[in-house]
Design a protein around this ligand. Structure first.
Ligand code: NAI
Length: 331
């Protein structure tokens, strides 16, 4: 099968080539799929996409006209694909439903600890031969109340880690997990109650119409002053401007973000020679208590091995015309 790998990053290559073992004809393109870049995959059988590729209705229609019928995502989230349109056009769409919930949960904890213990600031000071501790006071995680929004695969791992820290755990999810309640004393609660009672809030639900901007002024206003907010889910789960307003007032005391609403065209890329035109992220970068990573929560060797192995298996299913457990559809 001839496959166009869009949004290709060098760090993926060894894992992808090892998983493929020469089976499929892979062509690597470091650009994102969009109306402008569709031309690259003329004559291909399938496209492989990442989180910021555009698989909206117009793009899908053009892909279809080109004879492409298979889309395989190298990600878990698929909010960038118009699945309804894809189904109507007859595409088979697959994803990687789970590759390492540990990678993302552990990164969420890394953000929490780095913000709490001001590690980035401390390191910067040391590099400047400033060994003062003023302004670096953190808090014990032990005994703190953490609200976990979404207790699926990633949220469940986070529960286990934070239980080990001795945190009190609140959760909000439309499906309650009995095991988490019994083993880790997780208390499920309604969304606003979680917001008002937590000292740390971490987001692990998918981005959908109903979850877009779930974190906005109305719930930020009920949060404890100085709350820590961690977003490794998707950028648009939070209303970024409301978060900035709350950071300015001290209502949000710490913000760890691995994802950003406007990350497309910014994250994953080297813009060190460019002028930064995005005033929102520029403002976020001015806060000492905001820690930004460039959608790297998934980036571990284990995760990359699993992502590429599953991607090749998904392509095998397409080629052999067999059912695929990783297929996504609206039905
Ligand atoms: P999952 O599907 O296992 O868990 C999602 C949970 O959210 C489920 O328990 C579900 O019941 C709950 N949920 C869904 N809609 C809800 C709603 N409207 N209200 C309340 N609860 C709701 O997903 P998983 O694997 O834990 O991933 C979560 C998200 O993390 C993904 O959708 C993705 O956007 C993001 N992610 C981010 C990565 C990164 O590198 N930053 C990497 C992988 C995933």
């Amino acid at each position: 099968m001839k496959v166009a790998i869009y949004s290709f990053h060098q760090f993926e290559k060894p894992f992808l080539e090892k998983a493929n073992a020469g089976k499929h004809e892979l062509h690597f393109f470091d650009v994102r799929l969009s109306v402008q870049t569709i031309v690259l995959c003329v004559g291909f059988d399938a496209v492989s996409l990442f989180v910021n590729d555009d698989a909206s209705a117009p793009v899908l229609k053009s892909l279809h006209q080109q004879g492409i019928r298979f889309i395989t995502l190298r990600s878990t989230g698929f909010n960038n694909v118009d699945v309804k349109e894809a189904n109507q056009l007859g595409f088979r769409v697959t994803r990687v439903p789970a590759y390492s919930p540990y990678a993302v949960a552990e990164h969420a904890v890394a953000l929490m600890l780095a913000l709490n213990r001001r590690l980035i600031r401390a390191h910067g000071r040391i590099m400047d031969l400033n060994f003062s501790l003023n302004g670096l006071t953190g808090f014990d995680m032990n005994g703190k109340t953490v609200g976990i929004i979404g207790t699926g695969k990633i949220g469940s791992v986070l529960v286990r880690i934070l239980h080990g820290f001795g945190c009190r755990l609140l959760a909000y999810d439309k499906n309650e997990n009995e095991e988490l309640k019994q083993k880790f004393k997780v208390e499920y609660t309604d969304f606003f109650s979680l917001c008002s009672r937590s000292e740390i809030i971490s987001l692990h639900i998918p981005l959908m119409d109903e979850t877009k901007y779930i974190i906005n002024k109305s719930c930020i206003d009920v949060m404890k002053k100085g709350v820590m907010l961690i977003n490794t889910g998707r950028g648009a789960l939070v209303h970024t401007h409301d978060v900035i307003t709350a950071l300015k007032k001290g209502q949000i005391g710490y913000f760890g973000m691995d994802v950003y609403e406007e990350e497309e065209g910014l994250f994953f890329e080297d813009h060190s020679e460019d002028i930064l035109l995005d005033d929102t992220i520029a403002r976020l970068m001015t806060f000492q208590n905001v820690l930004i990573t460039s959608h790297q929560a998934f980036l571990t060797e284990t995760a990359l091995n699993n992502i590429m192995t599953t991607t090749i298996q998904n392509l095998d299913c397409f080629e052999n015309m067999t059912a695929c457990e990783n297929e996504i559809s609206e039905k």
